[in-house]
Every structure is written in structure tokens, then in C-alpha cells.
Design a protein around this ligand. Structure first.
Ligand code: PLP
Length: 509
């Protein structure tokens, strides 16, 4: 017999032996080692996991995977299958959406869920979710009510608007304004304000989705009042001003103020809408933060409608708020799109509680988590870092060098893109030989992301920076880090793995 045939026959015999060594699904599921798992997650789920696990093993054996072959032939088999099954079932049942530590240095981080809600809002959410409520029911008359009514008066009180409505997010708010006021007609926007917000919200595409015709005026760096004035024609329906949330045009630049646009719109009998993006309800300067146009100021400038997010500088739940003239708000309420974009009782419950806090602006930094984070004094963050430094170094072990450095946090989410807040960060430098530094760094970042409560930092200059501005639960943070440290200083078997880290480069708006 030729040598290759001989080899093939031996290989076939070996494969047959390995496949026969695999336990049957029944045997697996009836084994006492898995009784607890079946009890906890149910027979069907465990059976499915067992089928998948065994199929995976069979394929690997047929492909000649030496690691799996060695596993099957080891004394430890099938105990290793029990462990793999446990992991498989638990992974399938673990929630995908999990709380995380936002130590990225971007306070309002869209990819990390934006604002954290105050306890009052959490209680209101629980009560609304667990019970029937008068969402659209007028308790005085027993008649059908309007869900906006729960927030409208508060919004009017806080912004000076005549009327207000709430939809799913600010993108929806812009869509609703445009579609209601300008479907099939022209909307004038400055070329300097054709923003893209985080990839999917791009002004020209929103225009298209709203069935409006975008009419660009001016140039990228300079737009004048007469650019708008001369573009107004028969088919013009609306003047729109868009807050350039995530960039700034500097140098030889000019834009037309809301005041001037409001005046022009009045002269020509056109509505003027201002997409404010972040939507601060109070002057942030009073808290030592950078200046930004408030919703009340934008309305006072002459905007007929102002739209803004509920979860950016307002610090509330995801929502899009439109405040302004009663006539225009009523028109939007009659648009069938409003029904498609409306918010649920949970959002309304949370928003009402957050808005109520604004009635006492002085105490906002104590009561609204967003403002607590934004106004946290640099000295306090530094002191927190000093207090943590030794414990973190110890938790992460000798594989990671930990130091405390000054850094700059960003407000984030298209709010004041160029403004920075002085902060402090733990700088984690993985100890590794020269050629292996990149891999070690990625591994450390991955271990931090893989913790039960993922720790999201940012990579800077060959290190992981953990900005401490938004760190609250230091106990949990430390307890977890010990786990990451153990794994990083462990066998190092994975250290050579290079993974594309594009996902970790979180978008900032
Ligand atoms: C953020 C932003 C939006 C989108 O708001 P979402 O609440 O994220 O939907 C729209 N316009 C501007 C100017 C923004 O800054």
C-alpha cells in the first residue's frame, strides 16, 4: 500500500474514534453536572446549546483542528464540554445591553447612552412602566387627552414658548418640522450649516426624507443675510438655521444670526426654524461652563420653532423637543408623522421629572447627574485619582504601570465641540517588549471592555487613559479591575492576537 493511502486510512480511523468519543445530546443533558444548568435555563435552551456545541466539535475534528482533537482525547473530556456548554448557555441569556463605566472623557457620549437620569426620573419610569396611567386620558373630564399635555406647560414655563411637543429624538423633531412646514417646497440653509451628526443624520438626507428641497445659500465659510434674502422665491417655505454642533468654522467666516434670520423671516412672511441640537435650558456660564445659546434665547431671537435633544445638555431621556409658536406646533400635531414619531409613557415620565429640576436651577449641579459631572471640580477629580492610584496599580498587577495624569474632558454629543474641561485620568501603560506593545495595549483595552461592567477608556499615546470625571461607583470599579489584572498578567497566551479596534474608537456625537 502506498504511504499516502496508508496515512489516509489511519487518519480516517482516528477521526472515527474521535467522533465516537463525543457524548450524545441525551447523555450530556442527563449528566448530573448539567442538572443545575437545565434547571436554571430550561431543557430546550440547553438542548439547543448542546447541539451547537457538538456540531462545532464535529466540524473542528473533521477539519483536523489539533487543539480540539487533543481536547477530545484528553482525560479531561467530556468535562471540558460541560464547561463550554455552561458558557454557551449563559452567554445566550446574558443581556446585550449592560451598564458600563464611561471613563472615555466624553461626558455626553452617544455611543454610551448619553445622559444618566436622576433618581426622581427613575422612580417615575418605574411607576409609569408598572401601572396603567393617564397618558392620553383627561382625568377632569373623563375624555381622551393628549400626551404632550404632561410636558407642554413645563416646557413653556422653562423656555418662554407658547406651545411645545415631544418626539422620539431631535432627528425626528427636525424631520417633523421640515415635513410639516415645507414638504415639496424649498428650505433655505447656509452652506456652512449642512451638518452631519454621527453618521446617519446628515442635513441634505434629512431634507430628502422629509420631501423638502434643500436650497443652499452662501458659502462654506461665509453666509450673509442678503444670500438668504435673494434666494427667497415663490417656492420657499422655510428658513432653517442649524447649530454647527460638532465643528467650528474659524478664521475668515461669517454666519447670519438667529436675530437677523428671524427679522428677515418676519418681513417675508415665512416661518424660521432653529435646530439647536443640544438645547441648554439654563445659561451654563452660571455653573462656570462655556457659554451656549439657550432655548429661551433662541426663541427670543425670533425663531418660530426651536428643536433640541432631551438627552444632550438637558440631561434627560432620549427625546426631541420642539418649542415655539402655537400655530406651528398645532400643525405638526396634525401631521400623521407625529403619530409615528411620538414618545412613550416612560420617556414622558422621565422628562417631566428632569424638567421639574430646572425650576430650581441653583441646585441643578447637585441633582442632575449630567451637571454634576460637567461641574465636578478638577481638584476633586485629582483627589479621587490620588486616592485610587495605589489600589488600581495593585489591582492591575505588575503587567501594567499606572500613573495619574492631567487631561481634558469634552462635553460631547455635539455640545460645544471645542470646549474642554480640566480633569485627571489614570494612565495605564502595559509593560511589554517593544514589538509587542500595540498588542498588549489592545489586549488591556479589551480586558477592560470585557469586564462584567465594561470600563471604557480612551487610547492615547500608547496608553489607556481612564478619565475619572464620570466615575461614581469606585468600589465596583476597583473590585472588577482586580479581575482584569489577573487575566492580563496571566498566561499571556492571547498577547499575540491583534484585533481591529475600530469599534473602540467611539464616535463622539
Ligand atoms: C444632535 C443633533 C441632532 C440629532 O439629535 P438626536 O437627539 O441625536 O436625534 C440634530 N441636529 C443637531 C444640530 C444636533 O446637534
Amino acid at each position: 500500500m502506498p504511504a499516502s493511502k496508508d496515512h489516509d486510512a489511519r487518519r480516517a480511523a482516528q477521526l472515527g474514534r474521535q467522533l465516537r468519543a463525543l457524548p450524545s445530546i441525551d447523555r450530556l443533558l442527563n449528566s448530573p453536572e448539567l442538572a443545575g444548568l437545565v434547571d436554571e435555563f430550561g431543557f430546550e435552551a440547553c438542548k439547543r446549546a448542546a447541539r451547537d456545541e457538538l456540531a462545532g466539535l464535529r466540524t473542528a475534528l473533521r477539519d483536523g483542528d489539533p487543539v480540539v482533537a487533543a481536547r477530545v482525547e484528553s482525560d479531561d473530556f467530556p468535562a471540558s464540554v460541560f464547561a463550554a456548554l455552561q458558557r454557551r448557555v449563559r452567554a445566550r441569556f446574558s443581556a446585550s445591553l449592560r451598564p458600563a463605566f464611561n471613563l472615555s472623557g466624553v461626558v455626553v457620549h452617544t455611543n454610551l447612552g448619553r445622559s444618566i437620569l436622576p433618581p426622581e426620573a427613575l422612580q417615575a419610569i418605574a411607576a409609569a412602566a408598572a401601572n396603567a396611567c393617564n397618558l392620553e386620558y383627561d382625568l377632569a373630564t373623563g375624555q381622551r387627552g393628549e400626551r404632550d399635555e404632561h410636558v407642554e406647560a413645563l416646557l413653556c414655563e422653562l423656555t418662554g414658548a407658547e406651545a411645545a411637543t415631544v418626539v422620539n429624538n431631535n432627528a425626528a423633531a427636525v424631520l417633523l418640522m421640515l415635513n410639516t412646514l415645507a414638504a415639496g417646497r424649498e428650505v433655505l440653509v447656509s452652506r456652512g450649516e449642512l451638518v452631519e451628526i454621527g453618521g446617519s443624520f446628515r442635513m441634505p438626507e434629512v431634507m430628502q426624507a422629509a420631501h423638502c428641497i434643500l436650497r443652499e445659500v452662501g458659502t462654506t465659510n461665509r453666509t450673509h443675510r442678503h444670500d438668504y434674502a435673494s434666494a427667497i422665491g415663490e417656492n420657499t417655505a422655510l428658513l432653517l438655521k442649524v447649530h454647527t454642533s460638532n465643528y467650528a468654522v474659524r478664521g475668515f467666516s461669517k454666519s447670519v444670526s438667529g436675530l437677523d434670520l428671524g427679522e428677515l423671516a418676519r418681513e417675508r412672511g415665512l416661518p424660521f426654524c432653529h435646530d439647536l441640537g443640544s438645547g441648554a435650558l439654563v445659561e451654563l456660564e452660571r455653573f462656570g461652563l462655556p457659554q451656549t445659546l439657550t432655548v429661551a434665547e433662541a426663541l427670543a431671537e425670533g425663531a418660530g420653532l426651536v428643536s433640541f435633544s432631551g438627552d444632550k445638555l438637558l440631561g434627560g431621556p432620549q427625546a426631541g423637543i420642539i418649542a415655539g409658536s402655537r400655530e406651528l406646533v398645532e400643525r405638526m400635531r396634525r401631521n400623521p408623522l407625529k403619530r409615528a414619531l411620538r414618545v412613550d409613557k416612560i420617556t414622558i415620565a422621565a422628562l417631566v421629572e428632569v424638567l421639574k429640576l430646572y425650576r430650581d436651577p441653583q441646585r441643578l449641579p447637585e441633582r442632575l447627574p449630567l451637571l454634576a459631572d460637567l461641574t465636578r471640580p478638577a481638584a476633586e477629580i485629582r483627589a479621587l485619582g490620588e486616592a485610587l492610584l495605589e489600589d488600581v496599580g495593585e489591582a492591575l498587577g505588575p503587567g501594567v504601570e499606572v500613573s495619574l495624569v492631567a487631561c481634558q474632558s469634552q462635553i460631547g454629543s455635539g455640545a460645544l465641540p471645542l470646549e474642554q474641561l480640566a480633569s485627571s485620568a489614570l494612565r495605564l501603560a502595559p509593560a511589554a517588549a517593544k514589538g509587542a506593545r500595540d498588542a498588549a495595549l489592545r489586549r488591556l483595552a479589551r480586558e477592560l471592555r470585557g469586564l462584567p461592567r465594561p470600563v471604557i477608556g480612551r487610547i492615547h499615546d500608547g496608553c489607556v487613559l481612564l478619565d475619572l470625571r464620570c466615575l461614581r461607583d469606585t468600589q465596583r470599579f476597583l473590585a472588577q479591575l482586580r479581575e482584569a489584572g489577573r487575566r492580563c498578567s496571566g498566561s499571556g497566551r492571547e498577547a499575540g492576537i491583534v484585533e481591529a479596534d475600530s469599534k473602540a474608537k467611539a464616535q463622539q456625537c
